[in-house]
Design a binder for this molecule. Structure first.
Ligand code: GLU
Length: 340
């Protein structure tokens, strides 16, 4: 993961980046800010950029959201070289159609002794009095670690739909995430905890799917929001267990409201769809995004116009505060149009 002089990529591999939206709702300003950075990184490096739809979070996936988010990204002038409608060498680019890849990886991990079956419900984990806090939630206390001889036995013991497959984090593991933007993160095994890689039935958990896909698609740099930083040590352990080095990571601070909390309805409507419907021009929104990334510009007709000026080390390290009324005015629409 160390950069070579003059290139961003380990061992001089050509840059491959990705946009990995989840069709669980409409894209908002925070999502597109991260996607703009992912796009700029790939284009500055003359690399390839792929788009992958991450639709495994079934109850939350919304009909029509995939098409809508592709349209929003295109409206902003972002493009990609491989993806669901374009195709490419790593198709399909939709996670719900990639289960064969996840099953194969589970097989390899199981053969390496990295997995065990677990019958705990989410409630069992959160209510366990002995569960200390991990990187981003209650730590799995290891209840099922050496409990079941196999998956079938765990399924029989589980309450309906509870059985899951967990990754066994070696007790001596210590993961250091050296991010290209965020400060380094140290994660000893006792703060990671054995984590779920597949749930009941065929639905594979985020941690496994994202690693398997980024590996299969040859991704060299992952650019995403820093809400996912706590997942990164788990993903690094999966890369290693699958016999690969992880890609480089760029975790960017999120866009928050004036109260410092993640963008939500109470901050006004910051969905790209609403901004478009209110009559904003993409150039105005691009200008706002660029300024939030440390580039001193007004309107920006196309993301390409930012290629010369964008520098990751000029991006402010703190969360980007969106003040709803000011934001609306700066992108040329009436605050009331966004409920600000
Ligand atoms: N699909 C995830 C999201 O929209 C991003 C996953 C990732 O970048 O690793 O939050």
């Amino acid at each position: 993961m160390t950069a070579l002089p003059g290139t961003h990529e380990p061992r001089g591999r050509p840059y491959v980046g990705r946009l990995a939206p989840s069709p669980t709702g409409a894209l908002h300003v925070g999502n597109v800010r991260t996607f703009l950075v992912a796009w700029l990184r790939a284009r500055q490096e003359d690399g390839r950029l792929l788009l992958r739809i991450e639709d495994l979070d079934h109850p939350k996936v919304k009909r029509g959201a995939s098409r809508a988010l592709l349209e929003d990204l295109r409206w902003l002038g972002l493009d990609w070289d491989e993806g669901p409608e374009r195709g490419g060498p790593h198709a399909p680019y939709v996670q719900s159609r990639r289960s064969a890849h996840y099953r194969r990886a589970l097989g390899r991990l199981a053969a390496g002794g990295h997995l065990y079956a677990c019958s705990c419900t989410r409630r069992d984990v959160t209510s366990s009095a002995s569960a200390p806090h991990g990187l981003d939630g209650p730590l799995y206390p290891g209840t099922c670690r050496d409990r079941f001889p196999g998956w079938h036995a765990a399924q029989l013991a589980a309450r309906p739909r509870a059985a899951a497959i967990r990754f066994r984090v070696p007790p001596q593991a210590h993961v250091r995430v050296r991010d290209r933007f965020a400060p380094p993160l140290d994660a000893p095994a006792h703060r990671i905890g054995d984590f779920v890689v597949a749930r009941h039935g065929a639905s594979h958990a985020y941690q496994l799917a994202v690693v398997v896909d980024d590996l299969a698609m040859g991704v060299t740099e992952v650019v995403r929001g820093d809400d996912l930083l706590p997942s990164t040590p788990r993903q690094i352990l999966l890369y290693r267990a699958l016999g690969h080095e992880p890609p480089a990571f760029v975790h960017l601070p999120l866009v928050v409201g004036p109260d410092g909390r993640r963008l939500a309805k109470r901050h006004g409507d910051t969905r790209i769809a609403a901004i478009r419907a209110a009559g904003a021009r993409p150039a105005a929104l691009l200008g706002w995004l660029a300024r939030s990334l440390g580039i001193d510009v007004d309107a920006v007709e196309h993301p390409e116009a930012l290629l010369a000026a964008f520098r990751l080390d000029a991006v402010p390290p703190e969360p980007c505060v969106l003040e709803p009324e000011r934001f609306a005015r700066e992108i040329g629409i009436a605050p009331a149009a966004l409920g600000a």
